[in-house]
Design a protein around this ligand. Structure first.
Ligand code: MG
Length: 292
């Protein structure tokens, strides 16, 4: 019994932390080194969206440059960079990224507001050639699908999510991470969604769940997902990007909660050194001035 974990704290986490704009590339690299020391092998390292849109990620190119020697020394570790378009892919290629992540949504409003596309359909059409170019360049592509449990303009639509997840895999993504953007998911909704994925023929081995703990239900949703065959989860060390009181896109599942859940259930994880997890979390929380 084993799960795989993608650490999203250095990207998804930090971009939702107001103080993160002050972090230097060196701070982030030091932090990522601590994450690697925990045993984690899949680490989101940065983002190539427009720096004006996400200022906390403006130094991602420098982070990528500085990680090159580490990447060479630890080929079993994957650093991933979020890429919104062709320009982002160029920047990822400049630092010789081995993996990128693209992001799409199921909700029309989300596509307009967060992806800058007139429709969901258009957002998929726009990203397809970027995925093609990445694959041709030997770069692996992970797909994020947001708003899986609904959004302000859209009720929970499991069949739509399954169809879009299949579309991302067909496009060439090796894995699709399903994001509970607003944190509204319940155990029942999670079970319904996974059934829909299975019925649609989406291989669960290629599905990761990205839960937000906005309403304190992330771990219950992890447990249901695991029972139904999901083996990959996204989590954020130190709970970075988490804000359990805001009804917003925040509230990343904390790595410590996920590791604790796995331990009590006898499930192995890539985190072989939990003490380092504490150290990594403390290091970054201190840098952000969030130390309790
Ligand atoms: Mg998140």
């Amino acid at each position: 019994m084993k799960i795989d974990i993608v650490d999203v704290s250095a990207r998804d986490g930090l971009q939702n932390e107001p103080q993160a704009v002050r972090l230097s590339a060196q701070d982030k690299v030091d932090y990522i080194k601590l994450l690697m020391a925990t045993g984690l092998k899949r680490i989101e390292a940065g983002s190539f969206v427009k720096p004006s849109a996400v200022p906390a990620m403006a130094n991602s190119a420098q982070v990528g440059e500085d990680l090159k020697p580490l990447q060479a020394a630890y080929p079993q570790v994957t650093f991933s960079y979020l890429v919104p378009n062709e320009r982002g892919l160029e920047r990822a290629r400049a630092i010789k990224a081995k993996e990128i992540a693209i992001f799409l949504g199921v909700s029309e409003e989300f596509a307009r507001d967060n992806i800058n596309a007139p429709s969901v359909e258009q957002s998929f059409a726009d990203i397809a050639p970027v995925v093609g170019q990445a694959l041709a360049a030997g770069i692996r592509v992970r797909g994020y699908l947001s708003t899986i449990f609904g959004y302000s303009d859209m009720a929970f639509s499991p069949d739509k999510v399954a169809q879009r997840a299949a579309q991302l895999l067909a496009m060439g993504c090796y894995e699709v991470s399903l994001g509970d953007t607003t944190g509204i998911g319940t155990a029942d909704m999670t079970a319904t969604l996974i059934t829909a994925l299975r019925d649609f023929g989406v291989p669960l081995s290629k599905v990761a769940m990205h839960f937000h703990d906005t309403f304190g239900r992330a771990i219950q949703n992890v447990a249901v997902s695991y029972e139904m065959g999901i083996r990959i989860f996204d989590a954020s060390t130190g709970g970075l990007g988490g804000c359990p009181y805001a009804h917003s896109a925040k509230g990343n599942l904390a790595m410590g909660d996920l590791i604790h859940w796995a331990r009590v259930n006898g499930i192995a994880t890539p985190v072989t050194n939990p003490d380092m997890l504490e150290k990594a979390a403390r290091f970054m929380l201190q840098k952000l001035g969030k130390t309790a």
